[in-house]
Design a protein around this ligand. Structure first.
Ligand code: SER
Length: 891
């Protein structure tokens, strides 16, 4: 039973059998607390259950919780490798009561499990209690039969547990195991308590209060229980070893390190093996929970851990990347209990390898610099801050790595000199952006960015998390608070909201806390990684410092994810169908639709479009996995990733792949792109893609617009309904409407031709319906005159009719007034033999006046005019007739 995996399951089974709900470990990045860097105890995920804010369907729970204590209130990083007990990552086994049982039952369970299931020798156990907690002391006497000397009363914060500066807290009682006289050390509270002899392995916290702010402590609604047992420590006790690093799990990891690096864990080298084994676990678990190495926040803690491990690998003689090679051993040991390790294996392997490759290029040179700088130093000396900063800035040495490297020689680092150098560099950076011509309104963001650091984006992993309000901005100025109705921009320390970038629109949603609510209508990413949430306070007063629950509109985000992933599929499809000259020129990914601009010299035809669409839908039907990895740009491009020309990428890039290699014609996946956006989990989530249009946006640049999922489905449904309606109206089936409509169009064309012919005939034959102004030519002023109003004849047909009339008249003047669409048009024709006597232009002007026109124009033999007074068409003809008479008289 003493293997780590067995101990874990014995613990969980014991409490499950005693009415506790087994709950999975929460991620290392806490979703429910903005003040914590990492999950540092089992109770973190239940924080709001203790305070009564959150309800769960159970009042007892048990967990094996992943914990990282590096950075933040509980930080063990510096001790790792040099003590038998410290870890950056460890597993905490716990049982919890949410207002159900309290002290007595908690102590009872602890005693039963430890002495019963685990079979520890009672005579080796002792406990501490908080000095004011007489009740706990009495209970230990009663339950364990301990005499007073085995119950040590501690008056300090060691026996008052707090999660952080705020949160649930209470007095605690710790259980210790005496490893015997052969190990140096004294009982807790004694001068030798730091020795290893008395080993604390289980902390029972009697949760009674909530620390709401410094000096402000209120009772919890109901007293509760939170316990935490260090799994590694329990394993050491049960396996009879004095160091956690000698337990089965660590022995296996250390053997793998010996193997991969070729260095035995002996003598001084042992510390390095331990550091690597510990840091490997922290690294793999953090990456699996979405943290990636970076230069700020959580990512920087991870980077520090990784680089520290790398220096120790180097000390052991490793020249090439080695740490990533240890991952399979870790997964074999811990992958059953934590399946996320195996799920993230590809990402973790590449992330570690990349970090190793990059850091190894500067590690040697940095170590050489450090060697020279400290050559003449001896124990007790101090390295200057400038050199430490140069190592940090130029060689990528985190400060603690430098400190760690000098530790064995007992040389310290001038921390204030380091800080001065750092501040000087920041001042230079500030001067450069201040002079970069940014708009005054924008400089506020740079100032905030510099003060607060980049916003930590949690939205790849979650759509809900707590964040702490860092500042509120209105009209370019910072505020301490904003009240209901105010439209402001809010910056928080960490956010699940995606800030608009890379064509993907920003998220919307809400931020809320007790009595306050902020509706986020847009999120933007500015000033190199600062996320600003724009919106309106809809309730209460929003204050700087408030911890709020940030909730992204998940439905909208799912649509955005689907559209973004669809964009990648269409991009690849376009390249396959049109050729590799297709390159992305821009895109817009919103919840409703997507737009993708690409280089291509000519319009796509229908067959090409439908092939691109079909290829994307094939991949969707396959429900291929979508994976994201972090890589060096060059490696990503070597892998076949499509990078955007002219786009700026950092040293590391996210690489999004979709589909298998089999459809890809030699690449590692169907689609591989550098992309910082959020994506669907599998192509099947897209549901369906439908291209709406293809058009030109500029020279050589085309645009397609498309819909996915729900949007595509309802669009196609509406389209289908329209087709059915048309088919019904045409009295045919949807399948035949095409032929039917073509037939109708032909028929209509034929009919139009016939109508035109008939109109002409009618116009020339005279005496038909719709005519006025006389039927046959008359003598006016000594010439033949034919004048008619033709209803329904448009301007465009009039000229031809006048021409024909002139032809059949032989000699004379023709005036036709066409009336159509409430307007009148007049055409006057004069046969060639008469143009020296009558000018068609003059005649048409006379007519134009009658129909409210503005003159007219043409040639002496044919002129045209138009006007709005269709009712006066007859009068217009009369006007020409009159003009003709008077001209002839004059002639
Ligand atoms: N919260 C306590 C601890 O971390 C008990 O789980 O020690």
């Amino acid at each position: 039973m003493s293997g780590v995996n067995d101990i874990r399951s014995t613990f969980l089974n014991y409490f499950a059998a005693n009415g506790h709900e087994p709950v999975a470990s929460s991620p290392l990045v806490p979703r429910n607390d903005p003040t914590l860097m990492f999950t540092n105890a089992g109770m973190v995920q239940f924080k709001n259950v203790f305070t009564g804010l959150e309800k769960r369907p159970y009042s007892r729970a048990t967990t094996a919780q992943k914990v990282v204590r590096a950075g933040g209130k509980h930080n063990d990083l510096d001790n790792v490798g040099y003590t038998a007990r410290h870890h950056t990552f460890f597993e905490m086994l716990g049982n919890f009561s949410f207002g159900d049982y309290f002290k007595e039952e908690a102590i009872n369970h602890a005693w039963n499990l430890v002495t019963g299931e685990f079979g520890l020798d009672k005579s080796r156990l002792l406990v501490t209690v908080y000095s004011e907690d007489e009740e706990a002391a009495t209970l230990w006497k009663k339950i364990a039969g301990f005499s007073d000397d085995r119950i040590i009363r501690i008056p300090t914060s060691d026996n008052f547990w707090q999660m952080g500066d705020t949160g649930p807290c209470g007095p605690c009682s710790e259980i210790f195991y005496d490893q015997g006289e052969s190990v140096w050390g004294g009982p807790p509270g004694s001068a030798e308590e730091d020795g290893d002899r008395f080993l604390e392995f289980w902390n029972l916290v009697f949760m009674q209060f909530e620390q709401q702010a410094p000096g402000q402590r209120v009772p919890l609604p109901r007293p509760s229980i939170d316990t935490g047992m260090g799994l590694e420590r329990m394993a050491a006790i049960l396996q009879g070893v004095h160091s956690n690093y000698d337990t089965d799990l660590f022995r296996t990891l250390i053997a793998a390190i010996e193997d991969v690096i070729g260095s035995k864990a002996e003598g001084d080298a042992r510390a390095s093996h331990r550091v690597i084994a510990d840091h490997l676990r922290a690294t793999a678990f953090l990456i699996a929970d979405g943290v990636l190495p970076s230069n700020e926040g959580r990512g920087y803690v991870l980077r520090r851990i990784m680089r520290r491990a790398m220096r120790h690998a180097k000390l052991l003689g490793a020249r090439d990347p080695v740490i990533y090679k240890l991952l399979p051993t870790l997964i074999a040991e811990m992958g059953r209990a934590y399946p996320e390790l195996a799920r993230a294996e590809a990402l973790t392997t590449e992330t570690i390898k990349l970090e190793e490759k990059r850091f190894l290029t500067t590690l040697d040179r940095g170590l050489a610099l450090l060697g020279t700088a400290t050559e003449t130093m001896s124990a007790g000396d101090m390295l200057d801050g400038e050199t430490a900063f140069k190592l940090y800035d130029t060689y990528g040495f985190p400060l603690d790595l430098t400190q760690d490297a000098l530790r064995q020689r007992d040389i310290s680092v001038d921390l204030s000199g380091f800080t001065d150098a750092m501040n000087r560099q920041k001042a230079e950076a500030r001067a450069s952006w201040a002079g970069s011509g940014e708009k005054a309104a924008d400089t506020v963001w740079f100032e905030i960015r510099e003060r607060e650091g980049a916003t930590e984006f949690l939205g790849y992993e979650t759509e809900r998390a707590e964040g702490e309000v860092r500042t509120i901005v209105k009209d370019g100025g910072e505020l301490k608070e904003a009240k209901a109705g105010d439209e402001v921009s809010v910056v928080v320390n960490q956010t699940p909201f995606y800030g608009e970038s890379g064509g993907q629109v920003g998220d919307t949603g809400t931020m809320s806390g007790e009595g306050v609510r902020f509706e986020v209508s847009d999120t933007q990413k500015v000033a190199n990684g600062l996320f600003i949430h724009r919106g309106r306070v809809s309730e209460g007063v929003l204050k700087v410092g408030a911890a709020l629950e940030l909730v992204v509109d998940g439905d909208r985000r799912s649509k955005i994810r689907a559209n973004h992933s669809a964009t990648h599929l269409l991009h690849e499809g376009l390249r396959e169908v049109l050729g590799t000259h297709v390159a992305q020129k821009g895109s817009m990914v919103s919840p409703d639709r997507l737009r993708f601009d690409f280089s291509h010299p000519k319009p796509m035809d229908a067959a090409e479009l439908s092939r691109v669409e079909a290829m994307a839908n094939d991949l969707i039907l396959e429900n291929a996995g979508i994976t994201t990895r972090l890589m060096a740009v060059d490696d990503a491009i070597a892998l076949g990733a499509m990078a955007l020309f002219g786009e700026k990428y950092g040293d590391e890039v996210r690489v999004v792949s979709m589909g298998g290699a089999k459809e890809s014609g030699g690449k590692a996946a169907y689609s591989i792109e550098l992309c910082g956006g959020t994506h669907a989990r599998a192509t099947g989530d897209i549901g369906l893609v439908h291209i709406l249009s293809e058009s030109a946006v500029g020279a050589g640049v085309r645009r397609i617009e498309a819909l996915t999922g729900e949007g595509a489905r309802s669009y196609l449904q509406e389209q289908d309904a329209r087709v059915r309606r048309v088919a019904a109206a045409l009295k045919t089936t949807p399948a035949e409407i095409g032929d039917r409509v073509e037939g109708l169009v032909d028929e209509r064309r034929k009919l139009e031709r016939e109508v035109t012919e008939l109109r002409k005939k009618l116009a020339l034959a005279g005496d038909g319906a719709g005519q006025s102004g006389g039927s046959t030519a008359r003598e006016v002023g000594g010439v033949s005159f034919l004048g008619r109003v033709l209803e329904g004849v448009s301007a465009k047909d009039l000229k031809g009719l006048v021409d024909e009339a002139k032809g059949s008249l032989g000699t004379g003047v023709v005036v036709f007034a066409g009336v159509a669409d409430g307007k009148a048009s007049i055409v006057v024709g004069v046969t060639p033999d008469l143009t020296d006597r009558f000018n068609a232009v003059d005649l048409v002007r006379a007519a134009s006046e009658a129909i409210g026109g503005k003159g007219g124009g043409g040639r002496p033999d044919m002129a045209q005019a138009g006007g709005p007074d269709a009712a006066n068409a007859g009068a217009a003809i009369d006007a020409v007739e009159k003009a003709l008479g008077s001209q002839s008289v004059a002639a």
